[in-house]
Design a binder for this molecule. Sequence first.
Ligand code: SF4
Length: 326
Amino acid sequence: MALEQVLRPQDFATEVHNDWCPGCGDFGILRTIQMALAEMRMESHRVAIVSGIGCSAKTIHYIKTYGVHTLHGRALPYATGVKLANPDLKVLCLSGDGDGLGIGGGHFVNAGRRNLDMLYVIFDNGVYGLTKGQASPTLKLGVQTKSLAHPNINDAVNPIWLALAAGATWVARGYSYDVKHLRDLIIEGIEHKGYAFLDVLQPCPTYNNLNTKDWYGGEDHKDDKGRAMPRVYKLADEGYDPVVKDASDVEPKATQALEKALEWGDRIPLGVFYRNELLPTFEERIAKRVPTYRTHPPAAQPIASPDGVPLTDLTKLLRDLTIPAT
Ligand code: SF4
């Protein structure tokens, strides 16, 4: 349910001290989430944001909604539980690229298979910023940031490819310094019916001296008139259509998204790569099996009487689970 009154991004700001480094791309993502919630006139208590561990995970402390700062790599299963317990909540899940694609990689794949109705955002800067800049799963092979003693010995995961292969039904990429575009992507991801994955390119000026704001903006890459040629460009500006309109569209739209996701270097696409709202969500599949799920989800069920007497009785369940002695 949306509010009637106009909201401002600062209505979603907390007074918690922010300890990100100056110039960190995280600030842009934080601001755009607050802008998106204000634009959507969301009631704070109808939004839950779950994060793992890392610089990005601190975001939940700076946004005035429900928030859970959980374990390293475990933000997605926690967010899954939140959404299943209370399907009326808008759920956002936030991870860094190390948190979400390293230790949380298995959860990344399984979240795609479920098509839960929520938005997962990865703050993608190529390093583990919180622990002094080790190479993360999105740092390219052979690259050496100032925080590495040697060039990266591993090749990188392509988050867009992985999300498509896992089954995410909305896959997009934003850039933390293009706040209006990123705000629109966050709104679209929240409104998408199904599992939405958003990869956000986010400079870490403290440890990644290669993929900087100037690098993305093309300051080292000028035309013959001396003008910077930004590396990031928008798919929508080139007439790219990501929308699956019927079942026969799935393969060609997924194939063009995979092709676009390979672009890197002098041209880096931003925007929606793929959108398919034809599949049932996980909540819809559960509601088919449990007809009372939407009207009586777990979070809406009383667990105690008004005078505090527990209403849940696990005796029968435990008895059913007992394995008889042989
Ligand atoms: Fe941001 Fe990097 Fe500092 Fe972390 S270490 S707060 S990602 S600039």
